[in-house]
Write a protein that binds this ligand. Sequence first.
Ligand code: SAH
Ligand code: SF4
Ligand code: F3S
Length: 470
Amino acid sequence: MSAGRTPIAAANGKAEFVPGSLRVHVITWGCQMNVYDSDRMTDVLATAGYGQAASPAEADLIILNTCHIREHAAEKLFSELGRLRRLKESRAAAGGRLRLAVAGCVAQAAGAEILARAPFVDLVFGPQTYHRLPSLLARVEAEGTAIDTEFPAEPKFDFLPEQRAGATGPVAFLAIQEGCDKFCSFCVVPYTRGAEQSRPAAAVLTEARQLVASGAREITLLGQNVNAWRGAGPDGKDWTLARLLRALAEIPGLLRLRYTTSHPRDMTDALIAAHGEIPALMPFLHLPVQSGSDAVLTRMNRRHRAADYLRIVERLRAARPDIALSSDFIVGHPGESAADFAATLALVRAVGFAQAFSFKYSPRPGTPAAAAPGQIPEEEKKTRLATLQALLREQQGRFNQTMVGRELPVLFTGPGRHPGQLVGRSPYLQPVHLDAPHAWLGSIRSVRILAAHPNSLAAASLQPQEHAAA
Ligand code: SAH
Ligand code: SF4
Ligand code: F3S
């Protein structure tokens, strides 16, 4: 037990903690939206007097912010809860108290089941209700447990406090859109995150200015379908993502912009053109395709064909010739034949990816694909995944190798692996390691790339002066 959290004896004999000295520890799994949400949960809890605990052992409240995207997520949750249960029991035996909360997409999908299977959990809440955390914790105090997996009419963003000054490093996330109306056959996100919702441009611009004021130099706009963002502009007009990016690029001190994750359906002409017109928009795009077979894409309800994807890539490269592409792939979706899988490999060869994520299809209860005929045996999925990943690794290695000898502007974001080293980000989202002074953190400097590794680059310093942009 750390200083400042000394239990005091209450009249009823139970241990209580000194008000204002409570601490929360958030454990985050899943996508970047969950990382953003976890930060915002700590902002909300700061208004209720919670500081941050560096480890579970120092916390009065532990929140597990979970992901439901693939099967192993739930098993991971229950095994982590088993460990935290022991911590909770030993805390209770020592006269203290630990609250356990489960948040995120597993909480949304399986709220009541979590409380039934793990009754020592105090609080369960979904991705759309964390602005209510102070009142939910009050309910836990009064009633023992609380569950809130509503999709409230009021958008939570209207109730979140400002991000805490100084809490941001040189790179920050900013959620501009949430939810999904696309209903891909395999995916739980439309059920766990609810319908697509965009935040108004003015709210996004205000949050971006706050992030820059507290040190952000690069902002990644987040959304489950971020390029479907449509918001009211401060000029009263309906803005698109391309228009929003232009406005963000004008914020002094905001040097780099990215956005993720996009759907090929919403890659409009204006957005593609923006890649050639906005220098702060980094030449890297994560654009999930899932499969290269039209038959599988149809079964997946993706509403784009392989040729549509290739055409988008071609137009992106015409607008910004050095743009690097990343994608998501699923192998072994129900009904995927050997020829369908070969079409995915052909698409990968045709595009040439700088980076990619690939997964074995994982049946999710309640989604159409889980009940579809033609489920692929596990062994076959494994073999296909290994084949695809070998090709993607080779492409990533080749892409990284093209950087060797080049001069790149790198934004330094944190300490490197070794003492005296810093790590930064290239425009193409590659981690770059360099021996450099701590004072370079948060600045962009030109470096010479000396070597390429599978997932990172090594560099030598070229230019001690700070860049004003890019
Ligand atoms: N458009 C979303 C996608 C979220 S899910 C976004 O904002 O990122 C991330 C990726 O997980 C998907 O692109 C897909 O490739 C993979 N995925 C989703 N459901 C899956 C499932 N049931 N099995 C395997 N992979 C899945
Ligand atoms: Fe899931 Fe498809 Fe929506 Fe992405 S677009 S979140 S894969 S349903
Ligand atoms: Fe996972 Fe939910 Fe994100 S299911 S991928 S945490 S939207």
